[in-house]
Write a new protein. Sequence first.
Lengths: 136, 381
Amino acid sequence: MSYNKPLPELDDVNRPFWEAAHQGRLCLQKCSDCDHVRYPVSHVCPNCLSYDSEWTEVSGKGEVYSYIVFHQKYNAAFEGDLPYNVALIQLDEGPRMISNVTGVANDAVKVGDRVQVTFDRVTDEISIPRFTPAEG
Amino acid sequence: MSDLRDKCAIVGVGKTKQGKMPGVSSLMLSVEAFKRAIDDAGLKKGDIDGLLTMPGTSSPEASLNYLRVGEALGIDPKFTGSMTMGGGTAGALVQMAVMAIEAGHATTVACVFGDAAKTGGSRFNRASGWGDSWGIWGMYGAAANSAIAASRHMALYGTTSRQLGEVAVACRRHASMNPDAVMRDPITIEDHQNSRWIVEPFHLLDCCLISDGGVCIIVTSKERAKDMAKPVVTISGMGQAYTTRNMEREDWWYVPHQKEALGRAFKMAGMAPKDIDVAQLYDNFTMSVLLWLEHAGFCGVGEAGSFVEGGRIQLGGELPVNTAGGNLSESYMEGWLHIVEGVRQMRGECDARQVKGAEVCLVTGRGMTLNCSNAMILRAA
């Protein structure tokens, strides 16, 4: 069955993020001028406005910064997943990401839990970064 | 900016019937609210030379709403425009009206909002996130953002769902005393706990309504206000603050800019939390009220959960909040009715729900995920 949930729309700015994810690496932009590691993906550094950045692989380790569980259907494509969680993940390298915690029951996740990135291959081109519980 | 203290006043407020009104458009609601507001102020259409509007979610003209409303009202304003900051719009427009009046660009400004959101099927369910949409991870709707805030607040400070329920119960009790409110049947904490989950940690009764309705607020100089029909309600303090950085800001979830907006309003008015007799605090979700209480300084960081217990924010309590029922129970006019209720409390027009002797009211607004915030301090006379 084809994947019917929203997918990223690739362009010149976000393509490296999603290509790396499809290869199992979490890569973020690091500003070439001020070293700020940023997310979400942007063509410009929100810290110093530099256009120059390099893609850098981060550890994919972090913690659950906040955590919610959807029971209401907002988008029909997710109806079969209800209830499902969405988490705000604090990466060890600084940025925060919206994602999901997988491989564990919704009620077993707590704010502050350590997590590790994992990549969910949903199409031939796209793997979505999600997080699983990790030790330390 | 402190020289804007006490320079302008709200002289007219108008609101339409609220709830569900099939066949009614956003434009019709805007026009009706305008007519009621000028009647309230004892003004004629020709006295209005400034028109500021907020498009409804169901307004097809969107940000050109000021043109559509202006044409329907037959007005050629000296000063006009539309702004779209969700629940942060009403306060921002009233404050813009004050600035325009004091700068000499207009004398009397009508701020207008109408939305057939209920009838139009607006679900407030879009996914946030520029660039890669958060919908990729299933994060949709307005509730999710405030739920993120509530979940972390609970984890850090031990805030409970029952404490959130205190806000819902207070708003509903107040709505039960407001003949114009949409949801008037009193509820208990148990009702709140037993209502279905929307986005944990939010139950249904943590969430505001979706409503049809219109609201208009008329601002003029304090000098002119003295000659108008109703008791003068002075704008003593105002402040705004925003964050656009979202996840780039570590404390984004806590909407820390709200504290700046409140601080500016208190400073302009030369007042402190102890001076506030009644507060209309923007309540898209119950959690938002807790954050306002902390940011305003009515209690310390992390203490709002226990602050709202024991009826403290109910009529008869130390700080009555959302005395008309708020977005949660009166009607979801995205904060416009919070200003109307603030004005009516200052006029002493609120009958059973009147806070006796109230002379100072705090009104706050917040909108667009967690981005936009503003505060005003209204004073009787």
